[in-house]
Structure formats: structure tokens, C-alpha cells
Unconditional design. Structure first.
Length: 123
């Protein structure tokens, strides 16, 4: 591989991807390029000569911290660099940021557009 890093990708746990992608396509009025799974992302990376991808999760509710962190831990590899998500309304935000740091993650993802109460997409 040529050492190319895709700095901003998204995927979901397989059971969530099947529902999330159609919802996001409808919300954004655009067709998704992939099916939202890590396996599809890896296959696309192989076809495109991409060595690594930063995978950004989005916690749409503060209580999703643990599940997004757990999933980020399971998908982390030499090729997938996950950025767990923090929700701006999380009352334990600083504590959770420290957990992410302590576990060696390289960054976090926050996305106010999808984290605002009135724009929330349930997942």
C-alpha cells in the first residue's frame, strides 16, 4: 500500500448499519457509497489502495458512550483507527475523555449536527 490514510470514515456495527444507512440516506438526500459495515469499508480500502482509515463514531445520546467505546475497541486494528464519540451533554464528559485517552485512542468524534436533541437520529 502507498501509506494513504482516509482521515474521515463512518461505519456501524452490522445490525445497526442495516437501519442507519437508509435513515442517513433519507436525512441527507444522498445515496451512501457503502453499506455502513466495517467489512465493506475494508474492501473499499483494498480496492482504492488505502492503508488505514480513521473511523468516526457518533453518539447521538450521552448514554451511548459505553457502547461506542466498546465497539471502537473491538474494531481497532492496524488498518482501522477508531475515534470513539463523546456527546456534548454527557455529565461525565471529562471522565469519559480520560478513559478514551487511557485506552490509547488517537482522537474523539463529536458531531453537533447529529448530537443536538432536535436533530437526533435514534440508533
Amino acid at each position: 500500500m502507498a501509506g494513504i490514510i482516509d482521515i474521515h470514515t463512518h461505519a456501524f456495527p452490522d445490525p445497526i448499519a442495516a437501519a442507519a444507512i437508509p435513515a442517513l440516506e433519507k436525512e441527507g438526500n444522498i445515496k451512501a457509497y457503502l453499506d455502513g459495515t466495517v467489512s465493506a469499508l475494508l474492501a473499499s480500502m483494498d480496492r482504492s489502495g488505502i492503508e488505514q482509515s480513521v473511523l468516526c463514531s457518533i453518539a447521538t445520546r450521552p448514554e451511548q458512550f459505553d457502547t461506542t467505546l466498546e465497539w471502537s475497541t473491538t474494531i481497532r486494528s492496524e488498518r482501522i483507527i477508531p475515534f470513539p464519540s463523546l456527546h456534548p451533554a454527557d455529565p461525565r464528559l471529562l471522565e469519559h475523555l480520560q478513559v478514551i485517552h487511557n485506552q490509547g485512542f488517537k482522537g474523539v468524534k463529536m458531531h453537533p449536527y447529529y448530537q443536538l436533541e432536535e436533530r437526533r437520529i435514534e440508533s
